[in-house]
Design a protein around this ligand. Structure first.
Ligand code: GLC
Length: 541
């Protein structure tokens, strides 16, 4: 891959694969690595630069693989380490990079370290790799502090010998103690294991959570933390996390080919998120503030400016995302006036045509911005959030812990439709199952149904990604233009313009040049363009 240009990641389009829901080669109803391998040509043709795979390591799947029992083994439901090696090699042959997920904040309770720590009892040195404490109260019957779990309930669970252990997420996800030197050593070797296997980078799960305030102090008031909205707290975004990432950066830099890391870091301000991407730390951080921004001109424009400024200040590219495996798909979410904390919230049903129209407009805006774009599998098909999954099929651990007030992450994780008219729509072998049921209406959204169809969402993504490579190569800076109310107009260099009508009714504007692509039906008559509501247009000037 040495002939690829340097700093590939600065404007890369990175496609998130959620392995259990992408493609199921062995017919057990759960997607797997051989399934992904077989679909890599589809991703090359789509026009993305890289894929990010959510975890596929050995795991009891208490949190869909974000509870890792062995960081160097592939879970048999997904395949083997050899499958991972072949997947990386195939991807490279096709010109695609591969980013894997690293989960350093917590392990599974089935990890050898945790099992040994439990077996060895209170006071044993092995308990020092996690956060074990005695409880409060006369007989230690109360948790050691007042921290809540992000998935609901207290962040502490008591074990048979009376001690408690900390888990910011589910009880099956004990937090590792990053003050313990063995933890840091272990993760440095895990990084090398996957780098030696050939991966191009890592997405760092809960990157802001690794270091806790010394002494694990009380918050002092009743608090509930959400995945994407933790605010100031004694266990998130502590200064010590940055030393960890500096040490990881030196490892990444030892390897050829610009291996990268992207932080899932929720910090209270954009500037604090940008701290994770200072020159000697990680390469990118997800821009969740953008993902939580309402669909209106002042909010979008302000957030785009603020995001670019915060990242420019440290010389890092901004990233842009509209959907991932933790939030309501943007086909539904952008129809809400308020965005706020978007993770795991109960989704609203929306008019599918209106939701799709807005989602497509938002995507063309996102792809016109400077920096790197993250896409989530299925958005290129315009998949809606599945809002009516019955409680008994839901698997998000937060749904069950928070008794259904939270934890609605299954609706964006439904396996994607590839072909055919009945479930599983080519996700797995005909007549097979899927771990979450697919809606009856998904036949018309399948890859096969949209492939080569002018105006389909899949065609729009392919065309936009191809145009982006040509028209936006060089990553030119963004400049704004004055525009009528409800309309956003930006240029990228002297030859590219993007116009977004975020208003409720069509607008008439002088066509500034040749129309490259539009997210909806734009008409141009005598030099005047009529742009419908919720529609984005790219122009060549
Ligand atoms: C991250 C993941 C989410 C997971 C959590 C705990 O936020 O994106 O899916 O549940 O970490 O690992």
């Amino acid at each position: 891959m040495s002939d690829l240009p340097p700093a590939w990641w600065r404007d890369a389009v990175i496609y998130q694969i959620y392995p259990r829901s992408f493609a199921d080669a062995n017919g057990d109803g759960i997607g797997d690595l051989p399934g992904i391998r077989s679909r890599l040509p589809y991703l090359r043709d789509l026009g993305v630069d890289a894929v990010w795979l959510s975890p596929f390591y050995l795991s009891p799947q208490a949190d869909a693989g974000y509870d890792v029992a062995d960081y160097r083994t592939v879970d048999p439901i997904f395949g083997s380490v050899d499958d991972a090696r072949c997947l990386v090699a195939d991807a490279h042959d096709l010109g695609l990079r591969v980013i894997v997920d690293l989960v350093p904040n917590h392990s599974s309770d089935q990890h050898d370290w945790f099992r040994q720590a439990l077996a060895e009892g209170p006071g044993s040195p092995l308990r020092g790799r996690y956060h074990f404490r005695d409880g409060r109260g006369s007989s230690g019957e109360l948790p050691p502090n007042d921290w809540p779990s992000i998935f609901g309930g207290p962040a502490w669970t008591r074990v048979a010998d009376g001690q408690w252990y900390l888990h910011l997420f589910a009880p099956e996800q004990p937090d590792l103690n990053w003050e313990h030197p063995a933890v840091a050593d272990e993760f440095r070797t895990i990084l090398r294991f996957w780098l030696d296997l050939g991966v191009d980078g890592f997405r760092i799960d809960v990157a802001h959570g690794l270091v806790k305030e010394k002494g694990l102090p009380d918050i002092g008031k009743e608090t509930s933390w959400h995945l994407l909205d933790v605010g100031e707290s004694p266990c998130f975004d502590r200064p010590g996390v940055h030393d960890i990432y500096r040490s990881w950066r030196t490892i990444l830099d030892e390897y050829p080919g610009e291996r990268i890391a992207v932080a899932e870091a929720w910090a209270p301000t954009l500037a604090r998120v940008a701290d994770y991407v200072r020159p000697d730390e990680l390469h990118q951080a997800f821009n969740f503030s953008y993902m939580s921004t309402a669909w209106n001109v002042p909010a979008q424009r302000a957030m785009i400016d603020a995001s670019l400024a915060a990242n420019d200040a440290v010389g890092a590219p901004t990233t842009w995302t509209l959907s991932n495996h933790d939030v309501v798909r943007h086909t539904n979410r952008l129809m809400q006036d308020e965005q706020g904390d978007v993770a795991g919230k109960k989704p609203a049903a929306v008019d599918p045509a209106a939701g799709l129209r807005r989602a497509r407009a938002a995507t063309l805006l996102l792809l016109a911005l400077p920096g790197s774009a993250y896409l989530y599998q299925g958005e290129e098909l315009g998949l809606p959030e599945v809002v009516d999954l019955p409680p008994e099929v839901r698997q998000d651990p937060a749904f069950h812990r928070a008794t259904g007030q939270d934890g609605y992450r299954d609706g964006c994780r439904v396996p994607i439709p590839w072909s055919g008219v009945t479930a599983p729509y080519g996700f797995g072998p005909e007549g097979g199952s899927s771990w979450l049921p697919q809606p009856d209406s998904w036949a018309e959204l399948s890859v096969a149904a949209q492939d080569g169809v002018a105006g389909s969402t899949l065609s729009m993504y392919r065309d936009a990604l191809a145009l982006r490579r040509k028209a936006l190569a060089g990553n030119a800076a963004l400049t704004w233009h004055d525009a009528p109310e409800g309309v956003l107009v930006l240029d990228r260099g002297p030859e590219f313009r993007c116009t977004v009508n975020m208003g409720d009714s069509p607008v008439r504007l002088d066509a500034p040049g040749e129309l490259l692509i539009a997210s909806g039906p734009v008409t141009i008559e005598a030099g005047v363009a009529i742009i419908p509501a919720d529609t984005t247009v790219w122009w060549s000037l």
